[in-house]
Each structure stands twice: as C-alpha cells, then as structure tokens.
Design a protein around this ligand. Structure first.
Ligand SMILES: C[S@@+](CC[C@H](N)C(=O)[O-])C[C@H]1O[C@@H](n2cnc3c(N)ncnc32)[C@H](O)[C@@H]1O
Length: 252
C-alpha cells in the first residue's frame, strides 16, 4: 500500500492534466446508480483522488463530502474536507456517512473484503466502480511500447496489481463480496461510458498521467519528453475513441 500511495503522490500533477478528465466522466456515470437518496446525504469519497466522484455526487444533491485517500498529493485542498487514510482502517466512527463512494479504488486490492467491511462500518451504503474484466483499449499497449523503447519498466506494485486484483471479479463476483461483507442488497451492472477523450493527445494525456507511468514521464528531460510524446501520439493515431466499460456496484 505504501508503494501505491507514493506512486499516486508522485503522479498527482500529471494526473490532473489527463486521467482526471476521464475519471470525472466515469464518476458522473457512477453517480447515476447511487443506492440512496442523495439529497442532503453525507458522503465519504473513498480513495477519492482529486475528488471527482464527490463532486458528481454533490451536483446531485449530496449535503457533505469527505475525501479520504492514501496519497496526500491527490487530495483536494481546503476548504474541502479531506483526510489521508487507508480504506481498510478508516479514521471515522461507525455510520458517520450515508454513502461511501469508491470510484476505481477497490481495484487496488487483491481482495476487497477488508475494505468493504470497513466501508460498511462507516457508511450504510456503497457505490463502487472497477473496470470490467474484459475491457481494454489498444492505446494502453501502444503507449507502453513507446515508453519501453526509452527504458520504462512498470513498477513492481503495478505488475502485482495487474496480475490479480478486484477488477477481475466482474459484476457477479463483486456482488458476492458485497453480500459477504454484510450488505443486504447488492446489485452490480456493466456501464459503457464514452469519455470524450478521443484525440491522440487526449489518449497520451491519459496514459502519461497514470500513477504507474507519470513519475517516469515527469522525470524525463524536456526534449526527451517532447519526443516521446510525439512518438506516442503517432502510435495511437487512428485508434478508436476511449469508451470505458466499467462495473458499477450499488449496495446497501
Ligand atoms: C484510480 S484512482 C481513482 C481516484 C478517484 N476515485 C477517481 O475516480 O478519480 C485510485 C485512488 O485510490 C487510492 N487508493 C488506492 N488504495 C487505497 C487505499 N488502500 N486506501 C485509500 N486510498 C487508496 C489511490 O491513492 C488513488 O488516488
């Protein structure tokens, strides 16, 4: 977990220029499936990053949002309410919230049970997203191949996380975990979301800002970075628009 927190801390600046736009669209789609009435609801944005899920829920009437994340650098600045914390050991009393919203944070766990049990302790309901197991976009491989030519190697935490994580559970698996974590109702569905990130520049902004690549990209000398960026944009020219297939879990 320390490695993941440090990677997101180091990625935060580039994250805001690329991935944040994609995750904001995905958060809007996630918010459509909230399992509770959002009017005035007390929301915990769990693994909040830059709090795009909290913002989407606030726009739909949430009364208050507290953001919690391992990475201090990702979190919104005051006056937003935020805390550095681990989803398996949250610094909040029982039932402090009506809803925990976990946008693409549970997929950082090999096994999401401890986090789900802890989220259930602090909030009566859970809204969570992970990538659909079969979903992919060809720009991921194309851009990593360009970076690899320049010496990039994915960090160890990313290799572990790709080798087996919560996103492989799919909709039925996530529902099962939610019920085992104590939720009475759990419903998961697949949603396909057009992110609007469609140009080669958008796709490169997305991949260069991810936590496993951003620290490497940020450390490149400016001339090398400009060349690698050009090569990456050439490598993804003509690829399809970025439509993300995600699992949305609503549990209460
Ligand atoms: C893919 S980002 C998504 C951020 C945000 N929810 C969004 O939709 O843009 C995953 C976030 O989960 C956080 N995270 C991963 N594991 C965590 C843990 N055990 N406890 C708290 N936050 C965690 C990361 O630091 C990162 O900010």
């Amino acid at each position: 977990m320390d490695d993941i927190g440090a990677a997101y801390d180091a990625a935060a600046a580039l994250w805001r220029t690329g991935p944040e736009r994609m995750y904001a669209r995905l958060s809007e789609a996630m918010a459509d499936h909230a399992p509770v009435d959002l009017e005035g609801a007390r929301v915990l944005d769990a693994g909040a990053g830059t709090e795009v899920a909290g913002e989407a829920l606030r726009r739909r009437g949430a009364g208050s949002v507290v953001a919690v994340d391992l990475a201090h650098g990702m979190l919104p600045r005051p006056p937003a309410l935020s805390a550095v914390g681990d989803l398996t050991r949250l610094p909040f009393p029982d039932r402090a919230f009506d809803l925990a919203a976990a946008g693409f944070s549970l997929n950082h766990f090999e096994d999401p049970m401890a986090a789900m049990v802890e989220l259930r302790r602090v909030a009566g309901a859970l809204l969570a997203t992970v990538f659909a197991p079969e979903w992919d976009h060809p720009c991921k491989e194309a851009i990593e191949a360009v970076l690899a030519r320049d010496g990039f190697e994915p960090p160890a935490w990313y290799r572990t996380f790709k080798a087996g994580s919560t996103w492989e559970l799919g909709a039925a698996g996530l529902e099962q975990f939610a019920r085992a974590a104590g939720y009475d109702r759990a419903e998961a569905r697949i949603a396909d979301v057009a992110t609007g990130m469609d140009t080669p520049a958008d796709l490169v902004d997305w991949r260069f800002g991810m936590a496993h690549t951003a620290p490497y990209v940020a450390a490149l000398p400016p001339d090398v970075r400009a060349r690698v960026r050009r090569e990456a944009e050439e490598a993804v020219a003509g690829l399809p628009p970025l439509v993300v297939s995600m699992v949305v879990l609503a549990a209460a």
